[in-house]
Every structure is written in C-alpha cells, then in structure tokens.
Design a protein around this ligand. Sequence first.
Ligand code: ADP
Ligand code: MG
Length: 238
Amino acid sequence: MAYLQLDNIQKSFGDTHVIKGVNLEIDKGEFIVFVGPSGCGKSTLLRLIAGLESITSGRLLLDGKDITHTPSGKRDLAMVFQSYALYPHMSVFDNMSFALKLAGVSKDVIKSKVDYAAKTLNLTQYLARTPKELSGGQRQRVAIGRAIVRAPKVFLFDEPLSNLDAALRGNTRVEIHKLHRALGATSIYVTHDQVEAMTLADRVVVLRDGLIEQVGTPMELYDRPANQFVAQFIGMPS
Ligand code: ADP
Ligand code: MG
C-alpha cells in the first residue's frame, strides 16, 4: 500500500480549475520532486497535501488514514517555504522551538531536539542570533531546522533554494538530500529547476496545467519522455 496516496485530487478557486484530477502513489522514504512551468499548480498541490488549502474533490491518504479533511496542524507533515517566513524578532533557537512550545513539549525535550537539528544543519553557533544577523543560506537552514524538530512523517519543500545564490544552492541541495536519508523521511520537493529535480529525485512528477504529464525516475524521463512537452521541459537549460 502506498504511504501517501493522492486519489483524483481536484482544486478550484472560484471558477478557476487549478488542479484537475491528480492521482499519485508515494512510497515511504521516497524523494519525490514536482516540476513544471510557473503557474502549472505545483505550489497549490503541495498546499493541498499540507492542508493549507481545502481539497475541492478527491481523497488524500497518509499511512492508510484518510486525511482529506484533517486540519493542517494534525497531519504530521512539515512544510519548508521559499520565503524563509522566520519570526524576525526571535532568536534562531526560539524560531526552531516555537512549534514545539505551542504543542506543550517540555523544555528539556525542546532543547535536545533543537540541539540535534542545529548540529545537523551546522547552526549550533548561531542559536542566539536573530534572522537579520544571518546569511540567506543560514536563514534557509533555520527554516529547515524548524521542520526537522517536529520529526514529521512527510517533508514538503516549496522551492526552498530559489532565494539562494548558485554556490549555496548546490550545498544546501546536498544537505537536504542527506537529511532526507538520515531522518528516513518521505519528501515532496517542488521546483521549476530541472537540474534540482534530476539530481534530487527518486521519482519526478512532471505537471502541466493542473495535470500530471509523466511520473518516472530521472533516467526514465531522460530516456523515454512521454511526449514533446516532457522532452522539452527536461531538456531545457535552467
Ligand atoms: P506554481 O507553483 O506551479 O507556479 P501555483 O500552484 O502557485 O503554480 O498556481 C497555479 C494556478 O492557480 C495559477 O494560475 C494561480 O494564479 C492560481 N492560484 C493559486 N492560488 C490561488 C488562489 N488562492 N486564488 C486564485 N487562484 C490561485
Ligand atoms: Mg509555486
């Protein structure tokens, strides 16, 4: 049985039909990348999975449980956004521990979880700083740290590297992949960058205009693109 199952998911905003029936089965531990041109519905699909938007029709199952109508906070998923969305007036430690504090987790447990995340992300020496005292790459790592401390079943990344310069993007990409493996996580990663998609993904999902064009390993997409759209998109320089 699939770990995360999208069963004919559709989403409309008013009269605008944005996600037009997406079926997808994701296994535990997979690193899935959604790619496709701007406006094809990548972020919307991720937000539907996260519970940040309501699903118009279809079903979403996580680990055998129907979570279609489960509130975002109870889905056991954590999302990392492209804009860092850190609390500017709080220290790195407080930014990373905020969700745990809200959940009533004890101080000792919070400290050990934040310390672990900080060590993993090379942030230990920055825990007392505020976001404005950090570089872009460090801020993005804090955003990832906030997701890690919650030890979610599924990580959702929406273009997490797009605000970083090229060198940092490469490093952070490698770090994200290592973390995914180390935590035994299941990850869905949205990007419009084909290189990111092809280097990170176990399987790539190519989206176009609210529908899946093709799902496959990077090699399968290179070797046997289903159509001209996929071939052009995968072959396009980023
Ligand atoms: P992508 O992330 O692939 O660039 P999005 O998921 O952000 O695409 O958007 C897909 C389409 O849905 C776009 O046409 C966008 O304008 C529309 N859309 C997204 N969010 C909303 C919203 N809250 N209200 C109305 N339209 C939206
Ligand atoms: Mg987007």
